[in-house]
Design a protein around this ligand. Structure first.
Ligand code: DAH
Length: 369
């Protein structure tokens, strides 16, 4: 076995001189500084610290060196490796900070930018219409009155002078609770709120009561077993049918625009005397379609008038039932369907659209918060 060649000059074996190792380090450091991001730094690590980097190749040569040179060159290469390693990890930290700053900047969400994405919830057109109608009365000094949807039969019928044998009392129209003689019904109208208002307050009374009512109807284009009415009641000294007419005309104008014509048509309700139906002149054809089959009007069916609700002067029997002296006070009352009003006002032809909850229907009314 030959002895190690002590004369061997490492500079000639490979580039392991101090100068060239320093150059390797300097090149590695320069490359790191040039790396602008972590991906580039990865390339630098491979090129200057990887298995095939000049330094790794130089490292491999150390074993072949004579022992005298081994220590010195080993130390030099070891220090160079350590220096590059440290520098790499420092640069990596710097670039990580830079990356995080960039991510924060690029992914910033400007929550003030207006967007039309997403659906905003809105209230149902029946609710907003009911409020719009109530507001007309609030502006005239009326208050809102309320009553329960599960109502005492006496309040829903008897106190309103609906005799026990009146057809409206039969099971056909009324949802009784548990049995027909339970004394409790799902209110069939908002009129019982008149009774509650008069029992709770002394005249003068000016109230409106919007609310949900129930009847045993099947759901179809023009009926729904659950619907809405708005009730009005005024009790004061000296009120006449002229006050009723003026009040209804004002409501009609507010709902359908100036120039709308109304009429009172004699009718019958047990709780009013005299009683009337309030009709609106058809605001589409303004009556022009009457007797004129050549110009069919889908809104009024060539009738010229649309039935809107019931009204009248409060029946003295009703006033007496709640302890108000009909010789001192008179009153007027009215009640109309909200669904019907929405139908004429907005050209809705099928009541089922109002209960099915299809957003394509409700969104057409806009979103009113
Ligand atoms: N409650 C009646 C109904 O549901 C409507 C009505 C008629 C209300 C006359 C009234 C009124 O206040 O005076 O058919």
């Amino acid at each position: 076995m030959s002895a190690p060649n002590k004369e061997y000059d490492p500079k000639q074996v490979t580039d392991l001189s101090e100068e060239s190792v320093n150059r390797m380090v300097a090149e590695a450091l320069a490359a790191m500084n040039n790396a602008g991001n972590l991906a580039e730094l990865k390339e630098v690590r491979l090129a200057h610290f990887g298995d095939r980097s000049p330094l790794a190749l130089a490292n491999r040569e150390i074993g072949a060196l004579p022992p005298a040179a081994k220590a010195e060159v080993g130390k030099r290469v070891g220090q160079a490796k350590a220096q590059i390693k440290d520098a790499l990890s420092n640069r990596e930290e710097e670039l990580e900070v830079l990356r995080d700053q960039q991510v924060l900047l690029e992914e910033t969400v400007d929550i003030t930018v207006p967007t039309d994405r997403g659906w905003v919830g809105g209230r149902h057109p029946l609710t907003t219409l009911m409020e719009a109608m109530s507001d007309v009365f609030i502006a005239m000094g009326y208050s809102i009155a309320e009553g329960p949807e599960l109502e005492a039969e006496w309040v829903n019928f008897d106190a309103l002078n609906v005799p026990a044998d009146h057809p409206a009392r039969t099971m056909q129209d009324t949802f009784y609770v548990t049995s027909q003689d339970s004394g409790a019904v799902l209110r069939t109208q908002t009129s019982p709120i008149q009774i509650r208002a008069m029992l709770e307050h002394k005249p003068p009374i000016y109230v409106v009561a919007p609310g949900r009512v129930y009847r045993t109807d099947e759901l179809d284009a023009t009926h729904t077993p659950v619907f809405h009415q708005i009730e009005g009641l005024a009790v004061d000294r000296g009120l006449t049918m002229a006050d009723l007419k003026g009040t209804l005309d004002h409501l009609a104008e507010q709902m359908f625009g100036a120039g709308i014509v109304t009429r009172l048509r004699p009718s019958y309700f047990p709780f009013t005397e005299p009683s009337a139906e309030v009709d609106l002149q058809c605001f589409i054809c303004r009556g022009a379609s009457v007797g004129n089959s050549g110009t069919p009007c889908r809104t009024c069916g060539n009738e010229g008038w649309i039935e809107w609700g019931g009204c009248g002067m409060v029946n003295p029997r009703v006033l007496r039932a709640v302890g108000i002296d009909p010789h001192v006070y008179t009153g007027f009352a009215f009640g109309m369907g909200i669904e019907r009003t929405l139908m004429f006002r907005n050209g809705v032809t099928d009541m089922r659209d109002m209960v099915e909850g299809d957003l394509r229907f409700t969104r057409a009314f806009g979103v009113e918060a």
